[in-house]
Ligand binder design. Structure first.
Ligand SMILES: NC(=O)c1ccc[n+]([C@@H]2O[C@H](COP(=O)([O-])OP(=O)(O)OC[C@H]3O[C@@H](n4cnc5c(N)ncnc54)[C@H](OP(=O)(O)O)[C@@H]3O)[C@@H](O)[C@H]2O)c1
Length: 306
């Protein structure tokens, strides 16, 4: 069964039909199928590694659509589906919208986007832009970026979900300084998804935020797995330790991802890249063994010396 090339909706429908809903998170169905995790409270599953598209979309004016198309195809060919994106430059975003609408990608992707505006009218206008630029009536996941104008934009997202224009709705944060506001929001509301920064080098979410989201049944998307590249700059040319091979880890990128993935609160990890070979390497982190608790402690100890 070549599920890696099967379109996402067919695959998810097949899983439901086969009674596979409810299986433990992270279960792998074949060598090609990336491990998936359930969106809490639904029978829908998402592959555990996704793409954050800001940088490759931002380069379209300069480099054309070849790199972003290559990165998206590397994601899909390795069994991934989730793409987190939001409009920031209309001409780049229009070209990106054409790429994600190509026949092999259109149904293979789970598109997450964001409202980052203040004001009801501005938020709705941004959503209309997203629909037009990405050539979609319905967006899989709409999020309020960094809790911006949360009262207004959350009401808007609830309306978009009620009208079927957004399948899921949620919020994002990318800094521990926003965890207090996120906790206040979670005390009042129940988003489908929350996006949070977490990595082997930014571990604050481990203490309170990830357990809280898991307890509330919120799907969790992770951002900044490589601290937007600072992780690699800090590591420099330091060699990967031999013992990383004990959990199938072949690169520093996989080292961070394999640290993140065993956390049971997590649904999907976004990695941002402009290079198809990096996308494939990141996607492959989802396959094979994961570190156990003793190995994760050893990983933390090593990173604390960097
Ligand atoms: N508040 C929010 O909503 C928010 C905030 C921040 C981020 N995010 C989301 O999270 C996504 C990811 O977070 P991030 O932007 O902080 O980026 P990141 O994934 O932590 O790091 C991206 C950097 O890592 C490099 N990289 C990726 N894979 C690599 C590999 N295998 N080997 C070596 N270098 C690699 C990339 O360079 P190359 O291009 O050379 O691969 C890039 O410089 C964003 O795109 C966005 O979707 C959301």
């Amino acid at each position: 069964m070549k599920t890696a090339t099967m379109n996402r909706r067919k695959f998810l429908a097949m899983m439901s039909a086969a009674g596979l809903a409810g299986l433990a998170p992270g279960i792998s169905f074949s060598r090609e199928q990336m491990p998936v995790r359930q969106i809490p409270g639904t029978s829908e599953y998402l592959p555990v590694i996704g793409l954050g598209s800001t940088k490759p979309v931002g380069q379209i004016a300069e480099r054309g659509t070849g790199p972003i198309a290559g990165v998206l195809r590397a994601l899909v060919q390795n069994g991934g589906a989730v793409v987190d994106t939001w409009p920031s430059d209309p001409s780049n975003d229009e070209a990106f919208g054409q790429v994600i609408s190509e026949p092999d990608l259109r149904d293979a992707l789970f598109i997450a986007s964001k409202i980052d505006r203040t004001g009801k009218r501005e938020g709705l206008a941004q959503f209309s832009d997203i629909q037009r630029l990405y050539q979609r009536e319905t967006i899989d996941l709409m999020q309020v970026f960094n809790l911006t104008d949360i009262k207004t934009q959350w009401a808007t997202l609830q309306e978009l979900k009620a009208s079927g224009k957004a399948r899921y709705i949620g919020v994002t944060v990318s800094s521990a300084s926003l965890y207090g506001q996120l906790a206040d929001f979670l005390a009042r509301e129940k988003p489908d998804f929350a996006q949070v920064n977490y990595s082997i080098t930014e571990r604050e979410a481990e203490q309170r935020m990830l357990p809280m989201l898991q307890d509330k049944g919120v799907a969790v998307v992770i951002n900044r797995p490589f601290m937007n590249g600072d992780y690699f700059r800090k590591l420099g040319d330091r060699p990967l330790p031999d013992w990383a091979a004990d959990f199938g880890c072949e690169s520093w990128a996989q080292f961070s991802l394999k640290y993140i993935l065993p956390n049971p609160a997590i649904t999907c990890v976004l990695t941002e890249t402009t290079k198809p070979k990096h996308m494939a390497e990141n996607a492959r982190a989802a396959f094979g063994r994961m570190p156990d608790e003793a190995q994760r402690a050893r990983m933390r100890a090593l990173i604390s010396t960097v």
